[in-house]
Design a protein around this ligand. Structure first.
Ligand code: 5RP
Length: 268
């Protein structure tokens, strides 16, 4: 692998642990002002010291994030539908050129494929073009295996979608945790991270992250379960303790509660 791509990947997947806590705040590209991200800068800035990369759109990056930040950017470069589009939600195409991604000095670009949808071919072929362009400049790609409303979220589906993304040439796969997740990871030749999905109780989110890491995932690309927590700064530190420090979910919840109550100060 080209030195440049390895260097960009190592800024996201930390060499010390081989793990990554990716903070996803790209929801606006199809959900608009998602709860918790109404003022994206106010939500994100306190979390940056604890995130290994920030995943967002070019518009959010340019309008909300200070260019002086020291965090690798994972740029969402696909889109094309909104949550109002019931028929073709996530029928995505390219929404950002590789030139603009380079101009933004990103460390990775992210694109969704929708395996099993009637328009899966469009998303797969467009993602392949994105990979070709990114590859030419040594920029890693993150394949998001989006899941349509009427699709069954099981290990068989996630294994298919994840392996397909890896076979297309993606460097990292982002998928969803399901029972039997070890089968998903074992049949995927590139690193796998999990999305957090809709907000669930903190212990459940931490247990999901624990289970995913134990099944072989290298981390999370989590959004709502962090920025919609009662105390997002405490939550991202609890997630880090699971991903990077091997903490059990109960212990991570204890850390969350201690940080939330102010019993212990934030990790430096
Ligand atoms: C949508 C995405 C979002 O980045 C991701 O799902 C948001 O993270 P979370 O689900 O943890 O809020 O990939 O297709």
């Amino acid at each position: 692998m080209d030195w440049g791509k390895q260097n960009r990947l190592s800024r996201i997947i930390k060499p010390a642990t081989g793990k990554a806590v990716m903070l996803a705040v790209d929801h606006g590209y199809f959900m608009g002002p998602t709860t918790g991200l109404e003022q994206l800068d106010q939500a994100v800035n306190p979390l940056l010291p604890y995130a290994d990369t920030l995943m967002l759109t070019r518009g959010a990056l340019r309008n909300y994030i200070d260019p002086g930040v020291d965090i690798p950017i994972t740029l969402r470069v696909s889109g094309g539908t909104s949550i109002l589009n019931k028929e073709a939600l996530l029928h995505e195409g390219a929404t950002c050129s590789i030139e603009d991604a380079i101009r933004l000095n990103v460390s990775c670009v992210a694109f969704s494929i929708l395996v099993g949808a009637e328009y899966e071919r469009d998303t797969i072929l467009t993602f392949s073009e994105i990979i070709d362009e990114a590859q030419a400049y040594g920029i890693p790609t993150l394949c998001v295996t989006a899941v349509g409303r009427d699709m069954v979220r099981d290990a068989r589906y996630m294994s298919l979608a994840s392996r397909l993304g890896a076979e297309l040439g993606a460097d990292i796969i982002k998928t969803y945790y399901v029972d039997g997740f070890d089968k998903v990871v074992d049949s995927c030749p590139v690193p796998v991270v999990i999305a957090g999905g809709k907000k669930i109780p903190e212990l459940e989110a931490l247990q999901m992250a624990r289970n995913a890491i134990d099944a072989g995932a290298i981390g999370v690309d989590m959004g709502r379960n962090i920025f919609q927590a009662d105390d997002p700064v405490a939550m991202i530190q609890a997630v880090r303790s699971v991903v990077h420090d091997g903490a059990a979910a109960d212990d991570a919840l204890g850390l969350y509660q201690s940080l939330k109550s102010g019993e212990v100060g934030a990790a430096t």
